[in-house]
Structures are given as structure tokens and as C-alpha cells.
Design a protein around this ligand. Sequence first.
Ligand code: AMP
Length: 279
Amino acid sequence: MAKIFMTAENLRDSLTQMRSKGQSIGFVPTMGALHEGHLTLARQALNDCDTCVVSIFVNPKQFAPHEDFDRYPRNLERDTALLESVGVQAIYAPTVDVIYPENFQTSVSVGAVSKPLEGECRPHFFTGVATVVARLLLQVMADKAYFGEKDYQQLQVIKRLQADLAIPTTIIGVPTVREESGLALSSRNAYLTPTERGIALSLQATLKDMSAKYHAGEPVPHIEDWAQQTLLNAGFERVDYMTLRDALTLNPPSAATTSHRVLGAAWLGKTRLIDNMPV
Ligand code: AMP
């Protein structure tokens, strides 16, 4: 059985006891609507640490007013059963007023790495993410915290945040978990109609082709234009970006770039999908 904690105080008391027995703590922050991607992070935490804490909190600060905060899928019972099935011992499921009590006034804003790509398309997003992740990391004070490469820029932002604020938790990135079809698992896939699911496959296929074209020596602007057009032809309504970037800064590659990443974000109906992969 997993213990469910609704307040930081209860969670902290329990974690203090575990630590006093010498147990290490791994932490996996999520917004719920769990799938195999989240469970993979939890399995890795359980593999590395004695206790795994998973938080489930749909963070209002990372949604703009027109985004899907209200319709984001929520099902604590199902999520609890899934987490218990992999052996997670502690679930932290705070309400909004536990995370943002009355008179909460602080926001955490990370610099350059949060500015391009998602930062341009969703100006609220990374400040909302950084604020909640800083608060959660400080509440849990885990030895290690696990984040998916599915949200690659977010992972880089969180690594920066952890280093800059000297939060004593090691940030671990976990490779993206995909369906057999190649589609990256995402809670938002639940919004897709069967036809849209078919179209969605072209996002990862096109990212793969971008990488192959780069290795074949095609110029980056050509590759990016081709990729955008390929997604539109496949049936995506709008492409926010399909781009090849420096894997550390997320800026366009420069002479200093040592590793590259292709990243994409595009719209199918009301659903925005993102994906990325190494080059
Ligand atoms: P979310 O609930 O969408 O905020 O995601 C919680 C954590 O799970 C984040 O660190 C995500 O990057 C990670 N995650 C989501 N989908 C996947 C996936 N398909 N593979 C690996 N990690 C994932």
C-alpha cells in the first residue's frame, strides 16, 4: 500500500523518519493521468533509492488562461493503483492551497535556457514550472529527482534551477518512453481521436528524418523548412517549431555546440504535442 499525503507537514514528518533510518529518497513530480512514462521514472527511482515519492499536482501556474487546465485529466484512484503496482511507497497529492497558500508571492524565473522554443510559444510556462518544482523539491528534499527527456527543455531548465539555487537533490533525466508505434507517451494523447493518433505518428518520424538529413549534410534551415511542411502535409494544423538546436543551450547550433537535439511542437485540433530526440 502507498501512503497518500495531502500536506507538506505530514509528508515531511514521514520522510524525516525514513531518513533517520538511513533510507534514501527518490522523487518523481507529475501532474497525474499517469502512464508508462511516469511509471518508468518511478521504477528508476525505486531502483536507485529506498523510497519513492511521487507527487500528483496539476499546477495552475504553468497553464495560460486559454490552455487546458480545467480539462486536464485527473483520476487519483487510478493513479494510486498504478503507482502501487510498481511499489511506490508515498504519494504526495496536495491541493492548490497547500502549494500556493494565501499570500504566496514568489515566482522562480530561470534565464536564457527557458527563453527559446517553449518559452516563446508559452510565455507563462517555465516560470510556472520552475516555481512549483522549486517548491516541491524543497518540500521533499529527496536525494534524487527524476524528470523525463520527453520534456527536454524543461529538464534543462530544472537542471539550471537546481544548480543555481543549490538545491541538494540530484536531477536525473530519463529517456522518453514510446508506444510501439513510436508515439511518445503523454497524458495529452488521451485527447486525440483515432484519426489524430495516426497523424501524430508523423511527429516522431519527421524528427528522426531531420536527424538523418543532418547527418547527410543538409543545411539546417532546409531541414527545418522541410520538417514543418512535412507535418502540415501529414495533417497537423499548425507547427510551433520543428528545429535542430544545441542540446545544452537550446539555441541554434554554433561553433561551440558539442551535441545537437531535434525538437518539435505542433497542433492537432485543440491538442498540442511535443517531442524531441538526440541527433
Ligand atoms: P507530467 O505529468 O506530464 O508533468 O510529467 C511528469 C514527468 O514525467 C515529467 O518529468 C515528464 O517529462 C515525464 N514524462 C512524461 N511523459 C514521458 C514519457 N513518455 N517518457 C518519459 N518521461 C515522461
